[in-house]
Write a protein that binds this ligand. Sequence first.
Ligand code: MN
Length: 305
Amino acid sequence: MSKTSQRIEARTSILGEGMLIRRALPSREQRMIGAWCFLDHAGPVDVSQGEGMRVGPHPHIGLQTFSWLIEGEVLHRDSLGYEQLLRPGQVNLMTAGQGISHSEESPAQRPPTLHLAQLWIALPDSHRHSVPAFQHYPDLPIFAAGGFTATLLVGELNQHVSPVAVHSPLLGLDLSATTAASAVIPLRADFEYGVLVLEGNVEITEATQSEALASGTLLYLPPGQTKLDLHCKAAARVLLIGGTPFEENVLLWWNFVGRTRDEIAAATATWNGRTGADTVFGDVPGYVGSALVAPAVPTEIRSSR
Ligand code: MN
């Protein structure tokens, strides 16, 4: 039976110390889209009062964290010693590989509004035990796509190539319009896709039917489609992600991506039992506040396939 497009309602969750976010992946209906295995949409939210975003030091294995900043500022610090301010239009990519830890916070002096998308990319078996790395991408390809302004976050589209280094066939595309706009985006038939509205409302035309899509709903498109027909009647912003269906069976628990429960239990024990001499996850210099504690690993972790 061939899959059809499906609407997935993002669920609200709390990020770090009290910031409300919408989590579109993983969901009950769809665990992954290509190698994209996690998608949080945060804001736009007023962070002028209080502490703003604060996510204390925590570990990752087996994935890349991908942060796309739309508005505001976020300060990244990690156990490799990187301290990087992320600004609108920029991407931070952290490759956890065999293990890394990091923190994310609103800087003390900051713009009042924060708006970002945070995603994880599962690393294929060939790369998931690699040494950790961090890259900051201040400039991404920007071009007109119909009436939208397209920013190519990951992958290739038309003649454009994103510099963001990933290890699976993937697409990440931000489409924004300040007024009514239409675009037809070419899709690869071997990719599956997800469309998430970040601002405003859009209409997606599939076959002969136009359907409204609002913020908080992820539209899943199975492989076999060759174009995305997109319209908005007023200012809007959309995130399009895609990739070839990920063939490996992935287990995702807390901040870890692995293949077996034992592997995830070992990472949990290493993080929670670490000492100053830990060489797997290191520590995050400069963050004022406590590290996160990994929760107990359940008997069974739901797999991606
Ligand atoms: Mn993280």
